[in-house]
Ligand binder design. Structure first.
Ligand code: PLP
Length: 393
C-alpha cells in the first residue's frame, strides 16, 4: 500500500496485502516448483496448494475437494456461468441466465451465455433483489428447453447491501434452477458459510481479503454438480481448471484465510465506525454554510456490510471530490470503481433508481481491518475542507 501517511478507505476495491500473506508468498517465490511435478520441489508446491485448499475450505465451511482455485473471481464467474453443467454422468443445459442488475461486471456480462440469453433481474430502491420480478421470470422460463441459471451477489461492492441469498436459493431451487452467488465482498467482512448461502456455485477473490492479487476460487456445493471447464489443457484442479497453479498467490491466500479465521470478530467494530462517520458527514455537510442538503446514504435502510458507506451530496461531484481527497492523502472511490480509471455512472445506483445528480456525486468509503478512528477523522477533516469550498451553481 502507499506510504504510511496516507489513509486508505478503499478496501472493497482491493485490501492491503496482509504481512502474513506477503511472507507466505515470498517463501514460495524463493523455493518455487511446479505443483504438478513429481520431484521434491514439485511435491512441496503441491503440499502448499493442498494445505491452502483445506484452510480456505475451513473458512467457508465446505469440503476441500469442492474448492477450485482460479486466477481471480472474474475467472471463477466466467467458469461458473456456463450453459453446460455436468451432473453425475450427464450434461445438463441451462438455457438462460437471470442475473441481478447490480452484479459486478464479471457476472453481468453473462459468462458463457449469449447476450440475448442473459436477462437482468430488477432491484428495489433499497438495493434488494426484486424477488417478485425473479419469480415472474422463472414462471415464464421455458423449462422444456433447459434449466434456468440465476446469479445474485451476496453483498454489493458499491453499497454493501446484503441480499437474502438463502431465501433466493430456495426460490431458484423450487424451479429446478442453478444458483450462483458472487460472495467476493462478503468474505472477511461477515460470516460466509457455503451451506448458509445455499448456492450451487460460489465465487471468491483473494485480493479482497488481503491476499496477493492473482488468486480466486470457485466453490462447488456438491462434488457431483459442476460447470463445464472454462480453461482446457492439463489436468490441474482435478480436471476442472487447466493451467499451472499460482502457488505463491495461493500460499498468500491461505495465510490470509488463516488470519481471517482468527480475526473474524474484529469486523464488529466497523459498524460503530461507519455509523459514526455517516453522522459526521451529514452534520459537517449541513454546517458548511454552502446550502448543501442532506447526504443520501445508499442502501442505508437495509442490512449492509458494516465496512461500506456509499453516499452522495447534491452539489458535490464525485470526480472533483476524489481528486481533492486524494490530494489530502485520503483514498476513496466513486460509487463505481472503474477499470479504466475514469469515474463512470454507476449501474448499481442506476438500477436502484438514483437520480442523475445523485449518481454524479456518489462516493464510496470502505474500511478494513487496519482502519482506525484516526483514519476516519482524517477523512472528515478533508471532507470539511472540501465542502467549505463548494460553490453551488
Ligand atoms: N465481484 C465483486 C463483487 C467484486 O467487487 C469484484 C472486484 O471488484 C469482483 C467480483 C472481481 O474480482 P477479481 O478482481 O478477483 O476478478
Amino acid at each position: 500500500m502507499a506510504g504510511s501517511t496516507r489513509t486508505y478507505l478503499d478496501y472493497n476495491a482491493g485490501a492491503p496485502l496482509l504481512d502474513c500473506a506477503r511472507e507466505a508468498a515470498i517463501e514460495v517465490y524463493s523455493n518455487s516448483g511446479n505443483a504438478s511435478s513429481v520431484h521434491f520441489e514439485g511435491r512441496a508446491a503441491r503440499k502448499t496448494v493442498e494445505a491452502a485448499r483445506v484452510t480456505f475450505a475451513k473458512l467457508v465451511d465446505v469440503n476441500a475437494a469442492n474448492v477450485i482455485f482460479t486466477s481471480s473471481a472474474t475467472e471463477a464467474a466466467n467458469h461458473a456461468l456456463s450453459p453446460r453443467i455436468r451432473a453425475g454422468g450427464q450434461t445438463l443445459t441451462a438455457t438462460k441466465l437471470y442475473c441481478s442488475a447490480i452484479e459486478h461486471p464479471c457476472v453481468l456480462q453473462g459468462g458463457r451465455f449469449s447476450k440475448e440469453n442473459t436477462i437482468p433481474v430488477s432491484v428495489l430502491e433499497s438495493g434488494l433483489l426484486d424477488q417478485d420480478h425473479l419469480k415472474t421470470l422463472l414462471d415464464n422460463h421455458d423449462h422444456s428447453a433447459g434449466m434456468p441459471m440465476v446469479a445474485v451477489m451476496l453483498a454489493n461492492n458499491e453499497t454493501g447491501v446484503i441480499q437474502p441469498v438463502q431465501e433466493i436459493a430456495d426460490l431458484v431451487h423450487q424451479y429446478n434452477g442453478i444458483f450462483v452467488v458472487d460472495a467476493v465482498q462478503g468474505l472477511g467482512k461477515m460470516p460466509v458459510l457455503i451451506k448458509e448461502i445455499g448456492a450451487d456455485f460460489s465465487i471468491f477473490s483473494g485480493h479482497k481479503i488481503g491476499a496477493p492479487q492473482g488468486c480466486g476460487a470457485l466453490v462447488l456445493s456438491s462434488g457431483s454438480l459442476y460447470p463445464e471447464p472454462l480453461l482446457r489443457g492439463g489436468g490441474q484442479e482435478n480436471f476442472h481448471r487447466a493451467g499451472t497453479e499460482n502457488v505463491a498467490a495461493i500460499a498468500g491466500f491461505s495465510a490470509a484465510c488463516n488470519w481471517h479465521l482468527e480475526n473474524l470478530t474484529k469486523i464488529v467494530r466497523f459498524n460503530i465506525l461507519r455509523d459514526w462517520i455517516e453522522d459526521e458527514i451529514a452534520s459537517i455537510t449541513l454546517a458548511s454554510g454552502n446550502g448543501l442538503g442532506q447526504p443520501v446514504f445508499f442502501g442505508k435502510s437495509e442490512n449492509r456490510l458494516a465496512n461500506t458507506s456509499c453516499f452522495s451530496v447534491d452539489g458535490v461531484k464525485a470526480e472533483m471530490a476524489l481528486v481533492a481527497l486524494d490530494l489530502a492523502g485520503v483514498s476513496v472511490s466513486s460509487g463505481s470503481a472503474c477499470s479504466s480509471g475514469k469515474v463512470r455512472r454507476s449501474h448499481v445506483l442506476e438500477a436502484m433508481g438514483a437520480s442523475e445528480t445523485e449518481m454524479e456525486g456518489a462516493l464510496r468509503l470502505s474500511f478494513g481491518w487496519h482502519t482506525e478512528k484516526a483514519d476516519a477523522e482524517k477523512f472528515l477533516t478533508a471532507w470539511r475542507e472540501l465542502v467549505s469550498r463548494v460553490i453551488r451553481n
